[in-house]
Design a protein around this ligand. Structure first.
Ligand code: GUN
Ligand code: ZN
Length: 428
């Protein structure tokens, strides 16, 4: 048994601050403490109380820094790390011009490993302890990502991206090979250590009905796996889907009709939804993933957080690297705040922090295990310096409450704000 007591300001959630009043949903302790035992959170509370209860535990004092659950990125593309912030274009041009040529390179296991390691290290440097990633069509890219995460003992979600049309030669599989390779990867990685497998049809324009049906069948055979894809990101994409699936009632129906709609489904973007799609997502308790920096960068539209949460649809938050323009979940929270403002709703910092931790974890069906400082969760922890730059410091010293002290870091912070990260209790 190895104990470590972290001291600092703490913030943790005991309920969803979109539903429960913030003062009841969030527990703040300005002299807080977290006891890590064997990689898990074993106790949490006031520093004096925990010191008295665990007098022999070695302590690490983080001073005024804020101890929070590590950030959970619920949708990203690790193969796009090296081409993040590529200029211009609408989604489909952007995919063809920048993304697909880069993804071709992941046939090479050495390149896959290099970028997988680089991505995970960048994520941790930004305070993110879990990534949910699309890989490429190559199984090499899947092995590289899960392998690099296992080396770092990180909880990750990922899957082989499947595409059998509307993608270049070299980036296409078939219905059968997508099924076979996904099954092999799923059986190898799902539940191995901290890994979770997500069956991954990229989006309906790049899969034939046969491929979608094959992946739907695979999901039915492995119902504990997740399924991740894209949904209603851009209006011209939606028009394209209508042309490709003339019998579908809407975009969501192109998944639903093939067994790809369910509680463990993760639907990235989900911006331009029809009433039926919203009803259906709520009915099956599926999760949508908000990718705000991507939605502004590629010009996709303004996600309706208030409407989605009012319908009770589970929601995660994500960078969508490299359509997204930042590895930072702080920057991602800032963009979520700005988009909500443009839709007439001001998200509270508690709601932003919840989305980036517990909300994403719940979307991934990993609630209680990650994204939480509550007892029993794995000790994936991020410590934030709330005065990381002169501009932030001069603002946060004026703050009356922790929320006021934290908000400038959410709006203006980056990797400089990350003082320390713990992965399963070990300093990263
Ligand atoms: N839709 C299908 N593929 C992608 C992708 O790689 N990035 C984004 N943002 N949208 C997509
Ligand atoms: Zn994406």
């Amino acid at each position: 048994m190895t104990d470590t007591l972290l001291l600092g300001q703490t913030i943790r959630f005991v309920a969803d601050p979109f539903i429960t009043p913030i003062e009841d949903a969030a527990v703040i302790d300005q002299r807080g403490s977290v006891l890590i035992r064997d990689g898990l959170i074993a106790d949490v509370g006031n520093a004096d109380d925990l010191r008295a209860a665990h007098p022999n535990a070695p302590t690490i004092d983080h001073g005024d820094a804020l101890i929070t659950a590590g950030f959970v990125d619920a949708h990203m593309h690790y193969p796009q790390t090296a081409m993040i912030a590529s200029w211009g274009k609408r989604l489909i041009d952007w995919l063809n011009t920048y993304t697909f040529p880069e993804e071709m390179r992941f046939e090479d296991p050495a390149y896959s490993s290099e970028i997988a390691g680089r991505t995970l290290d960048l994520a941790v440097a930004h305070g993110t302890t879990t990534l949910t990633s699309f890989c490429t069509i190559h199984t090499e890219s899947v092995d590289a990502f899960f392998g690099a995460a296992a080396k770092r003992n990180m909880a990750v979600v990922a899957g082989k991206t499947c595409m059998d049309r509307n993608a270049p030669e070299g980036l296409r599989d078939t219905a059968q090979s997508a099924y076979d390779s996904s099954k092999t990867m799923l059986e190898k990685w799902h539940g191995a250590g901290r890994a979770t497998y997500a069956i991954t049809p990229r989006f309906s324009p790049t899969s034939t009905p046969d491929q979608l049906a094959a992946l739907g069948a695979l999901w039915a055979e492995h119902p504990t796996a997740l399924m991740q894809t894209h949904l209603s990101e851009q209006t011209d994409e939606i028009e394209w889907v209508k042309g490709l699936f003339p019998n579908a009632r809407d975009y969501l129906d192109t998944y639903e009709a093939f067994g790809l709609l369910g509680e463990r489904g993760l639907y990235g973007h989900a911006i331009h939804l029809e009433p039926r799609e919203l009803e259906k997502l709520a009915e099956v308790n599926a999760a949508v993933v908000h990718c705000p920096t991507s939605n502004t960068f590629i010009g996709s539209g303004l996600f309706d957080m208030a409407g989605i949460k009012a319908r009770g649809i589970r929601t995660g938050l994500a960078t969508d690297t490299g359509g997204g323009s930042s590895f930072s979940m702080l920057r991602t929270m800032a963009a979520a705040y700005e988009i909500a403002q443009l839709r007439g709703t001001a998200l509270h910092p508690a709601q932003l922090m919840w989305l980036a931790t517990e909300g994403s974890a719940q979307a991934l069906h990993l609630g209680g295990q990650i994204g939480s400082l509550n007892v029993g969760a794995t000790a994936d922890i991020t410590v934030l310096n709330l005065a990381s730059t002169p501009a932030i410091a001069q603002r946060s010293t004026r703050a009356g409450t922790l929320w006021e002290a934290l908000f400038p870091t959410i709006m203006m912070g980056d990797d400089r704000a990350v003082a320390q990260v713990y992965i399963a209790g070990n300093a990263a």
